[in-house]
Unconditional design. Structure first.
Length: 129
């Protein structure tokens, strides 16, 4: 598949997760873990989209730090979002199982902010904004 098309497809799927974040955060007032999960998924798909956009090899991982480090191979400025990626990575699996994490409203708000930051960062790098 054409790298631009593949990357754009990943970005489209990331947008779906971000839309879910908006809807779920408004409708499921206390289901913070679901929102945090979709925040992580949005960021993961944005990073995978960036790698695909650069014709890179995609890894089967949910670790945003790994994906961010891979993205930094194409643009060193990705190192500036490593901490944000680290903060979101835990929501890939921990929140999907009972009693592993206690998620509060402020966690959700931070996860939403971080997902949007990663989205904006990636879209600026590929000049789609």
């Amino acid at each position: 598949m054409d790298k631009n098309k593949d990357g754009l497809l990943w970005f489209e799927y990331a947008e779906n997760d971000l839309e879910a974040v908006t809807i779920l955060s408004e409708q499921l007032k206390s289901k913070y873990e679901i929102v945090c999960y979709h925040c992580q998924q949005c960021a993961e798909k944005m990073l995978k989209g960036y790698i695909a956009y650069n014709n890179g090899r995609l890894q089967k991982t949910h670790d945003l730090v790994v994906l961010c480090e891979t993205s930094a191979n194409y643009d060193a400025e990705f190192e500036s979002i490593l901490e944000i990626c680290s903060d979101l990575t835990i929501y890939a699996s921990e929140v999907r199982y009972p009693n592993l994490m206690q998620i509060e409203n402020y966690h959700m708000k931070k996860a939403m902010e971080n997902a949007k930051l990663i989205r904006e960062f990636v879209l600026k790098k590929v000049s789609i904004h």
